[in-house]
Design a binder for this molecule. Structure first.
Ligand SMILES: C[C@@]1(CC(=O)O)C2=NC(=C\c3[nH]c(c(CCC(=O)O)c3CC(=O)O)Cc3[nH]c(c(CC(=O)O)c3CCC(=O)O)/C=C3\N/C(=C\2)[C@@H](CCC(=O)O)[C@]3(C)CC(=O)O)/[C@H]1CCC(=O)O
Ligand SMILES: NC(=O)c1ccc[n+]([C@@H]2O[C@H](COP(=O)([O-])OP(=O)(O)OC[C@H]3O[C@@H](n4cnc5c(N)ncnc54)[C@H](O)[C@@H]3O)[C@@H](O)[C@H]2O)c1
Length: 212
């Protein structure tokens, strides 16, 4: 499987099943998409900004929810394999993506796996194990969380530098050398992590050193 990034803004995600797994996926997708969770029970779990609809679709009726909501993605997260099967089939027929919480990774076209994800600003890192060991994905995500601190601020800084250099008409190879030196420089990372406003000055020093 090859990881890709998918923009769910202005899309709908349908989560069928409101247990701990449905809640986790709903919280995740509701940050970006209109997310609807259909389930007979929700306990007092946190579903983020998702809309909760109390219903228990059967294998015969789950397709009606897919038709009504026209989701870009259907998450099958009930503990009833027949309902999950029917949700998967309906999603496929409607041309939507499908995520099965009860299978060790999708093999069919349109199947997607939800990786463990770390974010810092516009930077995102995702870990998956081909469905082999989700607990390992979680552990590695925790380790990467510590590594990635400050990466969002670094991305913002580099974006600013790239825009200026492009506007100034600097050649692509010269821009590449400067940007690589900046992201590699411990003093720039340190300035960003300390929240000090002189990160740009540190970056300028690093870039000037290339010309020497
Ligand atoms: C990464 C993460 C994202 C998320 O879900 O948000 C995620 N699972 C997480 C945690 C986790 N899941 C499970 C445990 C208990 C330990 C264990 O069983 O290993 C733990 C750990 C815990 O809970 O501590 C059990 C489990 N998971 C799946 C099955 C079914 C099966 O294997 O057949 C079963 C057995 C159910 C049973 O036996 O009844 C299936 C999938 N789980 C996936 C993703 C996809 C593959 C990702 C990959 O390739 O690694 C995939 C294929 C489908 C999908 O869900 O997309 C999230 C960590 C979030 C984070 O904290 O960062
Ligand atoms: N992907 C993962 O990380 C992961 C982790 C643990 C378990 N699982 C698998 O995912 C499934 C869901 O996990 P869980 O821990 O949330 O299970 P759970 O049994 O706690 O929750 C299932 C939810 O589905 C709802 N439900 C039952 N019938 C329904 C129907 N007809 N329509 C809509 N909702 C219905 C229930 O009310 C409940 O809220 C499990 O069957 C398990 O195989 C996946």
């Amino acid at each position: 499987m090859i990881p890709l990034l998918h923009d769910f803004a202005d899309e709908t995600v349908l989560v069928v099943g409101g247990g701990p797994v449905g809640a986790r996926k709903a919280r995740r997708f509701a940050r970006e998409a209109r997310t609807v969770v259909v389930s007979p029970a929700f306990a007092d779990r946190d579903f983020g900004d998702a809309e909760l609809v109390r219903a228990a679709p059967t294998p015969e009726t789950v397709g009606d929810w897919v038709a009504r909501l026209a989701p870009a993605l259907v998450v099958a997260a009930t503990d009833d394999a027949a309902v999950n099967d029917a949700a998967e089939t309906a999603a496929r027929e409607a041309g939507a993506l499908v995520n099965r919480a009860d299978e060790a990774g999708g093999r069919d076209a349109d199947s997607v796996v939800v990786p463990a994800t770390v974010r810092d600003g516009s930077v995102v890192a995702a870990v998956a194990t081909g469905g082999a060991a989700p607990a390992l994905s979680k552990e590695l995500r925790r380790r990467i969380e510590r590594e990635i601190e400050g990466a969002g601020a670094m991305a913002d800084l580099v974006a600013e530098i790239r825009a200026e250099q492009k506007a100034a008409g600097m050649a692509a190879t010269a821009r590449r050398d400067r940007v690589r030196a900046v992201v590699d420089a411990p003093e720039v990372w340190k300035a960003l992590q300390d929240g000090v406003s002189n990160a740009r000055q540190e970056a300028n020093r690093v870039m000037e050193a290339i010309d020497d």
